[in-house]
Design a protein around this ligand. Sequence first.
Ligand code: KG4
Ligand code: ZN
Length: 332
Amino acid sequence: MIILAIESSCDETSAAICVNGKIQSNVVATQLVHEQYGGVVPELASRAHQQRIVPVVEQALADAKIQKNALSAVAFTRGPGLLGALLVGASFAKALALALDIPLIEVNHMQAHVLAHFIEAPEPKFPFLCLTVSGGHTQIVLVRDHLSMEIIGQTGDDAVGEAFDKTAKLLNLPYPGGPLIDRYAQQGNPLAFKFPLVEMPGLDYSFSGIKTAILYFLRDQTKLNPAFIDENLADICASIQYTLVQILLTKLRRAARETGIREIALAGGVSANSGLRKALTEMGEKQGWNVYIPRFEYCTDNAAMIAMAAHFKYLKGDFTSQEVSPLPRMEF
Ligand code: KG4
Ligand code: ZN
């Protein structure tokens, strides 16, 4: 069973080859064109996907030493994501599947982030909770089986990655600012500044209030001292990161308590954050959880996770018709 998977939901053009459930190649082309605009520009993202999709797929095939006509199926991200970006991957996958006369498999990008845990050992045991944190989503997912998942908590406004990136912008850091906040935070005092924690009911999140609080805080402080940001950058970053991590983990702990589940997984681009990794590992030790964090390359957007999801769908014979179109707001 040889699957070619394509990911094009946002600003990464990626292709991967999976042979009998094992990833043989995973090529990711990151689009740097968005940096100067301080965020992903949808039209530029689709154009860049169009330019890259053929060379990225060829590279994935070459890395795995696989010929096109050996493929058993073609998988692609149907959603959620940017419509124009998704269309490039979907059209390519449909055309290739049609030309080779092999099955087409649609994949939900958020389910794939969870299934990145099955690329390499150790794998979490069912049922487990997965905190999926990215630039577009913040979800606590109850995972009963590879293809049976339920979102039990999510953000009502900004995603946590967005909160990192938007506050980084307020600090005049380039896009994407999440990794830079992480870097400066390592030299700072997380308790230097206090930001209000917004209480949301149940297991849901809100990150827009904290962003506004930081905006006003910086505005007031720079009025008093125009060099405030430069002089306190490490402490500000450490305090912001500490607050965001606290918000994430408070709800995760509640979810674990309410469900009685001790298998806890982390997924999505923000799981690269060193403060989050450290705090989750410490909380896991304290709570008696088994904590799972995939390798970084499988946390950010990649086609290997799409291939993994497709592998489980292939085993169930869950194929997609050529009539399929992308779903920017695709749900589970
Ligand atoms: O999953 P991902 O690669 O793409 C989406 O599907 O959104 O996540 C990207 C997000 C961005 O918001 C980026 O700033 C954030 O992950 N991110 C980080 C770190 N590395 C990436 N945020 C905080 N600390 C990091 N080290
Ligand atoms: Zn993602």
